[in-house]
Design a protein around this ligand. Structure first.
Ligand code: ADP
Length: 262
């Protein structure tokens, strides 16, 4: 059995005076497709930052934080196994850089290419393959500052794919995308999941939970309040407890939609 992609036991993370994650325990197997769903302030970004080694759990007795079975990682090694696409990355990449430069910079865990970072023919091939996988080959020569949000988002995912990681960790990937771009991105995510890339989707949008995601973890005020099959988690009762207001839930074509009254 390969070690789990993620194994967290009693993980507590403080940000300033706030306990952003409180004794979080969860395990995600390699190859699993999972959504971590929570309202604003529930600790989603903190969880992503902890996985990306941008903030650290408190060293309490019984705390375990392992990625692919290991407790210590440097960022460069981690990025080869786990592609991470966040808002911070989107902001950092919004520069006068071409799509190709942004995708290739994934090999160096930086933004843009520097003279001392030689791009090999193998890297160019991987870059072209990642762009093709995202239906984004035509965006390689375009400047990031001249792209729509949906186009830029696809390049960031291509950037995360250059190392052919076992899984992608995505932070609200369709935020600020219009209907068409949301649809196109979901098609791409579904294809990646079907081809064996694990998806860990961290979000408050139910419509991002593509049918291939079979498990949902509910996060509220820094605590896991539910973890199980999608059908058991995305119920009106559970979602009311999560978001703090009465909701109705509809399921259609493998997607869930939530509606509030008023
Ligand atoms: P989410 O991504 O689900 O909106 P966050 O992880 O950003 O949640 O925040 C979780 C909690 O930590 C919130 O109460 C938030 O106010 C707090 N928090 C986040 N960042 C900081 C920070 N830099 N300093 C202090 N508190 C923070």
């Amino acid at each position: 059995m390969p070690p789990p992609l993620l194994e967290l036991r009693h993980v507590t993370v403080c940000r300033g005076n706030t306990t952003a994650l409180s004794a979080v325990t969860l395990t995600i197997a390699a190859g699993e497709h999972v959504a971590i769903l929570g309202p604003n302030g529930s600790g989603k970004s903190t969880l992503i930052k902890a996985i990306a080694r941008e903030c650290y759990p408190m060293a309490l007795p019984g705390t375990i934080f392992r990625i692919f079975g290991e407790a210590t990682w440097d960022v460069f090694r981690l990025r080869r196994r786990l592609g991470i696409v966040t808002f911070d990355l989107a902001e950092a990449c919004h520069q006068e850089l071409t799509g190709r430069e942004v995708v290739l910079s994934g090999f160096f865990s930086g933004i843009g290419l520097w003279r001392n970072e030689p791009v090999t023919p193998a890297m160019e091939r991987q870059c072209a393959a990642a762009l093709a996988a995202l239906d984004a080959s035509h965006l390689g020569a375009r400047l990031m500052t001249a792209l729509s949000s949906g186009e830029a988002r696809r390049l960031l995912i291509a950037r995360a794919l250059v190392h052919q990681p076992a899984a992608l960790l995505l932070d609200e990937p369709t935020t600020s995308l219009d209907l068409r771009a949301t649809h196109d991105l979901r098609v791409v995510l579904r294809r990646l999941a079907q081809n064996g890339t694990g998806l860990i989707l961290v979000t408050h949008h139910l419509h991002e939970i593509v049918p291939e995601i079979e498990r949902v973890i509910l996060l509220r005020a820094g605590e896991v309040i539910g973890d199980g099959p999608k059908s058991a988690m995305l119920t009106p009762e559970r979602l009311q407890a999560l978001f703090g207001l009465p909701v109705q839930v509809r399921q259609e074509n493998g997607y869930y939609q939530v509606q509030t009254q008023g």
